[in-house]
Design a protein around this ligand. Structure first.
Ligand SMILES: CC(C)(COP(=O)(O)OP(=O)(O)OC[C@H]1O[C@@H](n2cnc3c(N)ncnc32)[C@H](O)[C@@H]1OP(=O)(O)O)[C@@H](O)C(=O)NCCC(=O)NCCS
Length: 194
């Protein structure tokens, strides 16, 4: 990633990290943000994602900062993480109460599944300019670790056009257990391998 041009586009003036940047080494980090203090910055990231991929966020979400912020807050959030390159917000994931469509799918697939212990990993995204540095995987791993620490069963849904995300879930050892129809089209349900 060309951190210099990215920073310029975001009007970030090189400061304490100039030395690292001069060596061409991006400093990436994750921060826990359960309170959603970074949602306004994340809405800007979502606007860039929409410009690059009209299916993410889903088309039902208007191309508007308030709508993006609402979409990030519409679920009951159990935990949330934000990814940074230097001090620039570039990515996000949350652990949330599962959507009704996911609960129905899991209940019909496995009636013994304790639905009250299911959590959904959702809203995983990384700015197009900050991808392929391990941030997506880092966010995903943070969410799965948190679910394990709480002894909850993580699950997720992904649209069929989300090829990069599907590759990430497969490489993390999750499996595609079926599809469900939602307003935005077909969604694949992923669960961790046993
Ligand atoms: C899915 C998504 C979050 C992945 O983000 P990311 O930060 O690029 O993810 P990672 O960097 O962890 O991994 C992506 C790839 O980069 C590679 N990678 C990781 N670190 C790397 C590095 N230092 N150098 C080069 N490549 C690297 C990984 O091996 C992986 O490759 P693969 O997909 O070919 O196996 C991102 O593509 C995205 O935001 N997509 C749109 C939103 C979306 O669909 N979200 C999912 C909704 S369910």
């Amino acid at each position: 990633m060309n951190i210099g041009s990215f920073a310029a586009r975001r009007n970030v003036i090189p400061g304490r990290d100039t030395e690292d940047r001069d060596r061409g080494r991006a400093r990436v980090s994750l921060e826990r943000d359960d309170e959603g203090t970074r949602i306004a910055a994340l809405a800007c990231v979502l606007a860039r994602l929409r410009a690059a991929d009209r299916f993410y966020p889903p088309p039902r979400v208007a191309d508007d900062p308030a709508a993006y912020s609402a979409w990030l807050s519409e679920r009951t959030c159990l935990a949330r993480w934000v990814a940074f390159v230097y001090d620039i917000v570039v990515g996000h994931v949350l652990l949330a109460t599962p959507g009704d469509h996911l609960v129905r799918f899991l209940a019909s697939a496995d009636p013994d599944m304790p639905s009250e212990r299911v959590v959904e990993i959702g809203r995983l995204f990384v700015d197009p300019s900050a991808r392929h540095q391990g941030l997506g995987r880092g966010l995903f791993d943070a969410a799965t670790r948190e679910a394990a620490a709480r002894r909850l069963f993580p699950a997720l849904v992904v649209r069929e056009t989300g090829r990069d995300a599907i590759r990430l879930y497969n490489s993390a050892g999750w499996r595609d257990v079926g599809t469900l129809s939602a307003r935005g089209g077909t969604l694949h349900v992923f669960l961790p391998r046993e």
